[in-house]
Design a protein. Structure first.
Ligand SMILES: Cc1cc2nc3c(=O)[nH]c(=O)nc-3n(C[C@H](O)[C@H](O)[C@H](O)COP(=O)(O)OP(=O)(O)OC[C@H]3O[C@@H](n4cnc5c(N)ncnc54)[C@H](O)[C@@H]3O)c2cc1C
Ligand SMILES: Cc1cc2nc3c(=O)[nH]c(=O)nc-3n(C[C@H](O)[C@H](O)[C@H](O)COP(=O)(O)O)c2cc1C
Length: 767
């Protein structure tokens, strides 16, 4: 094949090498706009995995690269005058210039023709003379931008400013240095890539950048200012730019995240940064470029594969890899963009939060990297959780939490789950066994399902309720069992179904009206939940008074039942949620319109309940932190205000759920997918929160808690199939201090022994 590679960066060069290695008959020319030896940027980092991949592909260039790699293990985080060092991170770095030299030499050796100093124009008809034109022309690719619609290009220009500098100061560790100026925070990411050279990227928010005056400075002034701000880390070394061709503030950039729906059009194929970018803070751009190049060369040379089939395979495999990395990169980008949220953390927790920001590194992963450091974090967590009383080194999920006078033994909760199994609102033997069994399973806190404050407030005929003495007695029996046989605390979730009421049992169909015997429903406005549901009555003030009083009456009964805690359900599109979300609330009175108005009634109900509930017992509120409807619905930003408003009325915990507030929601699912909302409410609102949503491993829970993303972790579906989830986690993590019902002691010790033996065998096999 006759191939033109536009751009002699890592992608273009390595693709040319990989093609020639597979078939020396290919005619390949590389066109690079810069003269040889001129390049932007300083060092790049690789993982061991990337080195393994390039070694398999071309041992010759890999050997030249590995000979020059700088290795380091530690990460130093400097913040608030302290340095936190954690080890075991295993990075390798190389100068970009050196990497390109090695690749250029190797390409020449294999017969690739290299042209330098040629600015390629996509409109030039000469490109038609090539079988393939590889657009390896970097993130600002002209070949991609010439026909963006052909590639389905999506560019997201991020908020922060950064500049890529270098210095002769040799940093021994990967260094994150956070400095507070009179205008706000600015920080550096620094890493060594040669014996006497380090990359030094400076980053800050746009506001701080302008306030410091970088927008009005020449490049020399900018560098001098950075030298002054980071003087204590530079030991007298200068900072240098190699973007001398960029004038004034132009050397500062906003990172553009590039995504493409299609990676080829006609004879043009996108490769490397031209096809996708991943934020520099996870250091994966060069890795992706090299791995793209290997895969593309492999499919283009596979016998019997048509060009179309080769492209399909290239895109399918690489796109998946890229999406995974872009996901992590987005988490990392956002962490730096919302840095202010974490600056109140103590340095150790701040460093933990930084290290786990992309969610690729978890608690147990940190233990593998640096056990001693992680155990220091665990001791710190326990000390804080016990107001200095405990010196324990143990996983955060087993640390207690005090809310008012209630102390939960550990941080795992059984999330509220409707069981649709009550008759006339009375919990029965099913609920007794179901809740009792989950309390025996070791969770620190067990929630009841949404228990309704009136017969009309039920979702289905099978929902539990609390409006009469029979129900009080039935709940009392359950609460007494939990208290007598476990250390778990039990929280009653109270709610009213609103427009989502009068529907079938959960397993008979979601939100479908009853075949017969429907009762009238009410909501904030007269909007049916869906075309098949009833049109509710828009609540009058008299309705609002009546329902508020029902909530208060149920709260008083909860005292008689002996509950430790009460939660108000103001999420998921039910009655109180229908006031909060603008998608369901179309009122024009004092209870509709602004967020303040939409919150007025739910807050009134909560305040009335709080007044009725003993002041030494805690209360929480479950909210939907987003409607998954963009700006048209509740946004995560508003969720912070919602959390703050309830906290102002005496809520001790915000239970942060999301969505289910309208039928066309577009949730973004994934592991721990709702935890970012909890993180935001907790750390922007400085409130205690509970995270929930696809959290299913002890490692998830420990990572969330240690990183300060929530104070409690709720699991719903995992508890449906495993009531003993917490005890099993204790066995797995070899934590012995949890309350085990004496009847189950034998089983626990056997499980712990077996798990330990399995772990030892797995470790032996790894060796
Ligand atoms: C601040 C910062 C830090 C980074 N840190 C890392 C890191 O630690 N690790 C890592 O792996 N990656 C890092 N990257 C990303 C990395 O630089 C890129 O992802 C990687 O270089 C992509 O390779 P590429 O060949 O696709 O693009 P590039 O390296 O951008 O190469 C494109 C080439 O095309 C040439 N070109 C462009 N247009 C034309 C044209 N019209 N005609 C002729 N030539 C043209 C350019 O001059 C350039 O040489 C970082 C990026 C930034 C901005
Ligand atoms: C069967 C079932 C019933 C549920 N009922 C309730 C409920 O009564 N009240 C509530 O707030 N959430 C309810 N939820 C939502 C869960 O509490 C939880 O927020 C959700 O399932 C996400 O957590 P998970 O991924 O751990 O399952 C229910 C979930 C399930 C699976």
């Amino acid at each position: 094949m006759k191939i033109a590679c536009i751009g002699g960066g890592p992608a273009g060069l390595y693709f040319a090498i990989s093609m020639k290695l597979r078939d020396p008959a290919h005619e390949i020319e590389i066109f690079e706009r810069n003269p040889p030896g001129v390049t932007f940027g300083w060092g790049v980092v690789f993982s061991d995995q990337t080195v393994e991949n390039i070694t398999k592909n071309d041992p010759v260039s890999a050997e030249a690269i590995t000979d020059e790699l700088a290795h380091w293990d530690d990460i130093d985080v400097h913040v608030h005058g302290e340095t936190i060092t954690s080890g075991g991170h295993g990075f390798i770095g190389i100068g970009r210039k050196r990497l390109l030299e090695i690749l250029q030499n190797r390409a020449r050796e294999l017969g690739v023709t290299l042209h330098f100093g040629i600015e390629c124009d996509p409109a030039n008809p000469a490109w038609r003379n090539y079988d393939l034109v590889i657009a390896s022309d970097g993130l600002n690719s002209r070949f991609r931008s010439a026909t963006p619609e052909a590639f389905g290009v999506d560019v997201d220009v991020r908020k922060n400013k950064f500049v890529w500098l270098g210095t002769n100061k040799a940093f021994d560790a990967f260094t994150f240095a956070f400095e507070e100026t009179e205008h706000g925070w600015i920080w550096a990411h620094a890493y060594r890539f040669a014996p006497d050279f380090s990359t030094f990227i400076v980053e800050c928010s746009d506001e701080v950048w302008r306030a410091i005056g970088f927008d009005r400075m020449s490049q020399e002034e900018s560098i001098a200012k950075c030298e002054q701000l980071f003087a204590k880390y530079l030991d007298g070394h200068k900072l240098q730019s190699n973007a001398a061709h960029l004038r004034g503030s132009a050397a500062w950039l906003n990172f553009p995240r590039v995504k493409c729906e299609r990676w080829s059009s006609g004879n043009v194929i996108l490769l490397g940064d031209a096809a996708h970018t991943a934020h520099f803070s996870i250091g994966s751009g060069t890795k992706l470029a090299l791995e793209d190049a290997i895969k593309l060369a492999e499919v283009l040379n596979r016998d019997g594969l048509s060009l179309a089939a080769a492209m399909d395979e290239y895109v399918a495999e690489r796109n998946l890899e890229v999406l995974k990395l872009q996901n992590s990169a987005r988490n990392s980008t956002e962490w730096f963009e919302t840095l202010e949220r974490y600056l109140h953390f103590e340095p150790l927790q701040f460093a933990y939060s930084l290290l786990t920001r992309s969610q690729r590194i978890s608690h147990e992963n940190l233990r593998l990297r640096d056990r001693e450091w992680l155990e220091g974090v665990e001791r710190w967590f326990w000390k804080r959780a016990t107001e200095g009383k405990s010196n324990k080194t143990a996983p955060p999920m087993f640390a207690p939490l005090k809310l008012r006078d209630m102390t939960v033994e550990n941080r795992i909760t059984v999330s509220p789950m409707a069981m649709y199994s009550a008759v006339d609102g009375v919990p029965n033997d099913f609920h007794f066994v179901h809740l009792g069994e989950r309390a025996l399973g070791g969770a620190g806190l067990v929630f009841t399902e949404m228990t309704c404050v009136s017969p009309e407030g039920r979702i289905s005929p099978g929902c539990t309720g609390l409006w009469n003495d029979e129900q009080v007695a039935a709940w009392q029996r359950i609460v007494d069992f939990v208290h007598a046989n476990s250390k778990a605390k039990i929280c009653l979730q109270l709610g009213h179904s609103g427009a989502k009421g009068s529907t079938k049992l959960g397993w008979e169909g979601n939100d479908l009206p009853l075949d017969d015997g429907n009762w009238p429903v009410m909501s904030a406005s007269d909007l049916a939940w869906s075309p098949v549901n009833q049109v509710p009555r828009a609540m009058t003030r008299a309705d609002m008074d009546a329902v508020r009083d029902q909530f208060v009456a149920a709260t008083r009964m909860a005292i008689d039942c002996g509950f430790d805690m009460v939660e108000l359900h103001a999420a998921h599109g039910y009655l109180l949620s229908s006031f909060i979300t603008p998608l369901q609330n179309k009122r024009t009175d004092d209870y509709g319109g602004s967020l303040e108005n939409r919150l007025r009634y739910p807050l009134e109900v909560f305040a009335a309940m709080r007044a009725a509930w003993p002041s030494d017992r805690p209360m929480s509120v479950r909210i939907s932190a987003t409607d998954w409807a963009g700006e048209d619905g509740v946004t995560p930003d508003e969720a912070v205000q919602i959390g703050e408003a309830f906290a102002h009325e005496g809520a001790d915990l915000i239970d942060v759920s999301a969505g289910q507030t309208w039928t066309d929601q577009q949730p973004v699912y994934g592991r721990m997918f709702q935890t970012p909302f909890s993180d935001r409410i907790r750390n922007e609102g400085r409130l205690a929160t509970m995270a929930v949503g696809n959290i299913y491993e002890p490692d998830h829970a420990n990572s969330i808690l240690a990183a300060g993303r929530a104070d409690l972790v709720a699991l719903a579906r995992p508890h449906l199939v495993d009531p003993m989830w917490t005890l099993r986690a204790a066995a797995q993590l070899d934590y012995r201090d949890i309350h085990i019902p004496p009847q189950y002691l034998n089983g626990m010790s056997q499980l712990a022994r077996n798990l330990k033996r399995e772990a030892e065998m797995a470790a032996a096999l790894r060796v």
